[in-house]
Design a protein around this ligand. Structure first.
Ligand code: ADP
Ligand code: MG
Length: 238
């Protein structure tokens, strides 16, 4: 659990400025959704927090540490992508424990953490399966499990439900809420889906063109959008 502070963050790709002096203060334990249309810079912002992209200016703080120049693995974050990014030849257990084994964690502690994760995510019966033998929803649970076993302070999700059908999306949304309530971790969740944002978030940051247009609780954004863009984007279904 940690607060996340984005200060004057700028990111350029070549001559194109994708994020422009962006500020965002996220409280410890908050569930934040970054909401905006495709191409507005959501993934770029998430990648900057994770340390996965070069930044042109500004700082990223996690807890009381300036992590701007820290390696992704040292930042205390876990990231879950739309595409799962599982190791196809490893079992579920193998996928969950791999990072911990690499880090040299003792075997019994790894076993304990893997047990806890498969219980929480209800994938215990799938432990010996490989990703190819799992449904999309099950794969995404394993991907979440990989962040869970590392006991991270901050979870980052980049459109994790986009590849799933509507029923599964609803189901996993409920589970993510429960996971958040149980862990109390800080969660930053990217989506272009208004319904996801409105149902998941403590606060929503509505983005367009690399700028945060409004950062407020769902109710506030829905009732009192600060401009036409926010009103149009949050008010109308995609
Ligand atoms: P979103 O996640 O909101 O759909 P992105 O953060 O992926 O948007 O992209 C924001 C903008 O930056 C887009 O115009 C995209 O084309 C551009 N962009 C993203 N990554 C790169 C890159 N590695 N090189 C050049 N342009 C990029
Ligand atoms: Mg994206």
């Amino acid at each position: 659990m940690a607060n996340v502070s984005i200060r004057e963050l700028a990111i350029d790709f070549g001559s194109v400025s994708v994020l422009k002096s962006l500020n965002l203060e996220i409280q410890s334990g908050e569930f934040i959704v970054l909401l905006g249309p495709s191409g507005c810079g959501k993934s770029t912002l998430l990648n900057a927090i994770a340390g996965l992209t070069d930044i042109s200016g500004g700082q990223v703080w996690i807890g009381d540490r300036n992590v701007t120049w820290e390696e992704p693995k040292d930042r205390g974050i876990g990231m879950v992508f739309q595409s799962y990014a599982l190791y196809p030849t490893m079992t579920v257990e193998g996928n969950l424990s791999f990072g911990l084994r690499i880090a040299g964690m003792p075997k019994d502690e790894i076993a304990e953490r893997v047990n806890r994760a498969v219980q929480i995510l209800q994938i215990d019966p799938l432990r010996k399966r490989r990703p190819g033998e799992l449904s999309g929803g099950q794969r995404q649970r394993v991907a979440i499990g990989r962040a869970l076993v590392r006991d991270v302070d901050v979870f980052l999700f980049d459109e994790p439900l986009s590849n799933l059908d509507a029923k599964l999306r609803t189901e996993l949304r409920v589970e993510l809420k429960r996971l958040h309530a149980g862990l109390g971790s800080t969660m930053i969740y990217v989506t272009h889906d208004q319904i996801e944002a409105l149902t998941l978030a403590d606060r929503i940051a509505v983005m367009s063109g690399g700028v945060i247009q409004q950062f407020a609780a769902p109710k506030e954004i829905y009732r009192r959008p600060v401009n036409r863009f926010v009103a149009g984007f949050v008010g109308s279904p995609s």
